[in-house]
Design a protein around this ligand. Structure first.
Ligand code: NDP
Ligand code: MG
Length: 390
């Protein structure tokens, strides 16, 4: 029997992290958890350490790390504790790790995920923001180090499954179709969007996700970020990537071939399917997901997105046309705006204004290295905060 796959799960306390550990727990002989990480959720990381006994636990914040350390020692657990981004990067490149699950939300995930790419790891990529920010550099690092990059984002995982070979080959592929649920406000009167609350924006009809990506789904900028993600992952020009609203979230995306065959991947909307697929790839393992019952679902429907209803998606599409650097600014401004919306400091409809103003004010630089990306991200955040104060 082969040795277990040693996992570093970045962002293990989040929605994707929790689903990953659910799948891992079903296959104790296949996987060994080397490291778990969180930002400041001490309670949850402590419970995960009790259940999975990792060698290492890393917190974003030092104070949280001290609390976790005390609780682990009191429980007589030997997990080592550290904190900060350097510790995350060290774990991502460690010789004790075969596979990195990149499930930190937002730009905070960039450096450790990029480090895993440079170190030639198998990477299960949920943290789409890392690829949106650093696409060309990231894909170059993957190629140079012969890392294995497996998409966990459900649409990209679906496309990966429908592509002709394992990866890298677009032979005969004409278009990619990314499906989107349309989020909680697909049919709500546009004039009432000014007044929606963070909880309403986070009440996704089909998926239970973290709050940041839930708001991204409500504005549909998530689908714009996913077009950029697909462009880099599958080396496909953005003009050949379509967005199609499919409110039931049963078809997770499709590949159109030149002979007009269309291959789709279907399943109930549960992230444990793409996670299990990527964890065991190229094998298949049980995920715990309820079997799909198409007779019960009966109807699958489709429509085009309305850009007037979803101006953030429109902004993202423009950024894609402008190319590389602008997506760093879009991503940073969106993160700042979403945080302000979730904190009750701006209205839902102001997210688009903050992103638009920031895009106009930050000069786009084509990044030559990851430091250039981080510098553009910093500048965009400063100006996005200014836009919020206005
Ligand atoms: P969550 O908000 O649920 O979890 C985020 C995780 O990242 C938590 O473990 C959190 O720790 C940690 N974290 C947050 N900020 C920092 C930081 N500054 N430093 C270190 N760790 C940090 O997010 P999701 O699981 O929903 O999403 C994770 C990623 O996966 C995102 O990029 C998202 O776009 C992508 N994704 C998610 C999907 C989903 O279904 N949820 C689907 C497809 C993609 P703590 O708990 O302590 O805050
Ligand atoms: Mg997705």
């Amino acid at each position: 029997m082969s040795l277990p796959q040693r996992l570093v799960i970045l962002g293990s306390t989040g929605s994707i992290g929790t689903s990953t550990l659910d799948v891992v727990a079903r296959h104790p002989h296949r996987f060994a958890v080397h490291a778990l990480t969180a930002n400041r959720n001490v309670d949850k990381l402590f419970r995960q350490c009790q259940a999975f006994r990792p060698a290492l636990a890393i917190m974003g914040e030092a104070q949280a790390a001290a609390q976790l350390h005390a609780r682990l020692r009191a429980a007589k657990l030997r997990t080592q504790v550290s904190s900060g981004v350097d510790a995350l990067c060290e774990a991502a490149r460690s010789g004790e790790c075969d596979t990195v699950v990149a499930a930190i939300v937002g730009a905070a995930g960039l450096l450790p995920t990029f480090t895993a790419a440079q170190a030639g790891k198998k990477i299960l990529l949920a943290n789409k923001e890392a690829l949106v920010m650093s696409g060309a550099l990231f894909m170059r690092a993957v190629r140079t180090s012969a890392a294995v990059l497996l998409p966990v984002d459900s649409e990209h995982n679906a496309i990966f499954q429908c592509l002709p070979r394992a990866s890298g080959s677009n032979l005969g592929v004409e278009r990619l179709i990314l499906t989107a649920s349309g989020g909680p406000f697909r049919t709500r009167p546009v004039a009432t969007l000014d007044d929606v609350t963070p909880d309403q924006a986070c009440a996704h009809p089909n998926w239970a996700m973290g709050r940041k990506i839930s708001v991204d789904a409500a504005t549909m900028i998530n689908k714009g970020l996913e077009v950029i993600e697909a462009h880099w992952l599958f080396d496909m020009p953005a003009e050949r990537i379509d967005v199609l609203i499919h409110p039931q979230s049963i078809i997770h995306s499709m590949v159109v071939y030149s002979d007009q065959s269309v291959l789709a991947q279907l399943g109930n909307p549960d992230m444990r399917t793409p996670i299990a697929h990527a964890l065991a790839y190229p094998e298949r393992i049980a995920s715990g997901v309820t079997p799909l019952n198409l007779a019960q679902i009966a109807t699958l429907t489709f429509e085009l997105p309305d850009m007037a209803r979803f101006p953030c998606l429109h902004l993202a599409c423009e950024v894609i046309r402008d190319g590389g650097g602008a997506s760093v600014i879009l991503n940073a401004a969106n993160e700042v705006a979403v945080e302000a919306f979730l904190a009750g400091r701006i209205r839902f409809t102001a997210i688009e204004r903050v992103i638009g103003e920031t895009l106009q004010r930050v000069p786009v630089v084509e990044a030559q290295c990851i430091e250039d990306v981080l510098e553009m991200d910093r500048r965009a955040r400063v100006l996005a905060h200014e836009a919020i104060r206005r």
